[in-house]
Design a protein around this ligand. Structure first.
Ligand code: FMN
Ligand code: ATP
Length: 142
């Protein structure tokens, strides 16, 4: 049983998220997803949807075995609990594979770090970014 972890904000699901999670699921047998707490999303605007709603929506996807709301202060706590064989980073995530690998090794966690592939739009008007979906809502409804 090869356990995989994927993680992210997942504010307003779109096909790019489904692609990432399907890619991650294909790297093992059981996919666990850690959903970032809004309080820890500091590199972009705060999510629109609550921590619980984002976690519930990720949990509802077929490719996901379990969705976990992230830890408030220590990202390694859920990893220690899940005990994954591989952590899959999104194609554009700012985290460095090497930095995560060395932090895992320091904690004695034996786990690979891999990176998922991007999904390109399948048609002209496909929006593959929560931020761009929100921008369009603001443009069209405000
Ligand atoms: C291996 C790993 C574990 C993470 N665990 C948590 C966590 O427990 N709690 C949390 O709030 N954020 C956690 N994060 C941070 C977010 O999931 C995510 O990297 C970031 O906030 C959102 O990035 P995005 O723009 O790709 O959605 C983790 C990140 C990584 C790489
Ligand atoms: N088009 C895409 N192709 C592949 N993976 C994607 C795509 N869009 C998002 N992801 C992945 O989904 C995960 C969660 O992404 P995130 O919640 O940051 O969504 P986002 O739409 O990129 O957000 P934002 O528009 O606010 O930057 C990340 O690992 C990201 O790499």
């Amino acid at each position: 049983m090869r356990r995989v972890i994927a993680q992210g904000t997942f504010d307003i699901l779109h096909p790019g998220h489904v692609h990432y999670l399907s890619d991650a699921a294909a790297m093992g047998d059981e996919l666990h997803v850690i959903v970032a707490r809004a309080a820890n999303v500091t590199h972009k605007p705060r999510p629109i949807l609550s921590d619980q709603q984002r976690t519930d929506m990720v949990a509802a996807l077929d490719v996901v075995d379990e969705a976990h709301l992230g830890h408030p202060d220590d990202i390694f706590v859920p990893i220690e609990e899940i005990a994954p064989d591989v952590i899959v980073l999104g194609y554009d995530q700012h985290h460095e594979e090497a930095a995560i690998e060395s932090a895992l090794a320091e904690r004695g966690i034996d786990c690979e770090v891999a990176r998922a592939s991007p999904r390109d739009p399948s048609h002209d008007d496909e929006l593959l970014s929560s931020g761009r979906i929100i921008d369009r809502i603001v443009e069209r409804r405000c």
